[in-house]
Design a protein around this ligand. Structure first.
Ligand code: ADP
Length: 271
């Protein structure tokens, strides 16, 4: 028999252990006439931690915001566990996925922002339990119990009833990490999470994230200027310039022996 049916690749929609958790296919992002990302293709495997580095304006934050569906995709496809996040190909056409599907995929993704983005009118406890209760449908008791244990984990066991505005930046960011983890995300997006912090608290926040990396299998996509942290926690580093991947590799290789002039120049400026 000449049929090679058994060797056909499985359809993208069927998620298995080797389906990428995140996949970008020919992704394009424009803001007006400004083409920020063009023909971007990459995959992130389950449990993989990938750091995006590169000069300011190279499109790193935009990539995270696209995964979080905070920006609209201009072209191409993003798949989460093999399922289309915003658009799919149907009958040769690019058609939007249902709001329901998008929402379901989004609940698997958590994001921590540079500016914390806590809800200012809610207590710390309410910030952490809001989505588990209203999105995941957890009981209040369940969500509260988990929130207390997360507050313990991030070193703020006595701040449950505090309001975000009464906390320091470092404390607010620890709450934001607890809030993201409360959803048990499969994917954690970290967008320059220490850039707005006083230097003396940066280490504490990074240590919490190191512990999350060490003790969970959460897939991470990280944008950071903390090269030591990137080197410690990432499995892979991708160097961007002008919305394209200039070079990617193991952190050890990228940081000690980059191949491209552009990467050497960038690291020379930041290290
Ligand atoms: P990076 O994270 O690498 O610094 P960004 O993804 O923040 O880069 O930005 C990439 C480009 O997209 C920049 O030219 C920036 O000006 C532009 N950009 C980002 N967000 C917006 C927006 N909301 N409106 C218009 N342009 C934007």
């Amino acid at each position: 028999p000449t049929e090679a049916a058994g060797t056909q690749p499985s359809p993208a929609a069927s998620s298995s252990a080797d389906t990428p958790v995140i996949e970008f296919v020919d992704v394009e992002k424009r803001f007006g006439d400004n083409v920020v990302l063009k023909d971007l293709n990459f995959q992130v495997a389950r449990g993989e931690r990938v750091t995006l580095i590169g000069p300011s304006g190279s499109g790193k934050t935009t990539i995270l915001r696209l995964v979080m569906t905070l920006e609209e995709l201009s072209g191409g496809y993003i798949y989460i566990d093999g399922q289309p996040l915003t658009h799919e190909q149907r009958g040769g056409k690019r058609v939007p996925v249902s709001k329901k599907q998008q929402k379901a995929l989004r609940t698997r993704i958590g994001m921590v922002f540079q500016q914390f983005n806590l809800f200012p009118n809610m207590t710390v406890l309410e910030n952490i339990t809001e989505a588990p209760i209203h999105v995941l449908g957890q009981t209040k008791a369940q969500a509260v119990q988990k929130a207390h244990s997360l507050l313990e984990q991030v070193g703020l066991p006595d701040k449950a009833d505090a309001h975000p505005t009464s906390l320091s930046g470092g404390q607010q960011q620890r709450v934001a990490i607890a809030r993201a983890l409360a959803m048990d995300p499969e994917i954690l997006l970290l967008d320059e999470v220490t850039s707005a912090l006083d230097p003396e608290v940066v280490g504490d926040v990074l240590n919490i994230l190191r512990e999350v990396a060490d003790t969970t299998n959460v897939t991470m996509l990280i944008v950071t200027h903390e090269m030591g942290f990137a080197r410690d926690v990432s499995h892979k580093v991708m160097m961007f310039d002008g919305g394209r991947v200039v070079e990617e590799g193991h952190p050890e290789q990228i940081f000690t022996n980059p191949s491209h002039e552009r990467t050497k120049k960038f690291l020379g400026a930041v290290l």
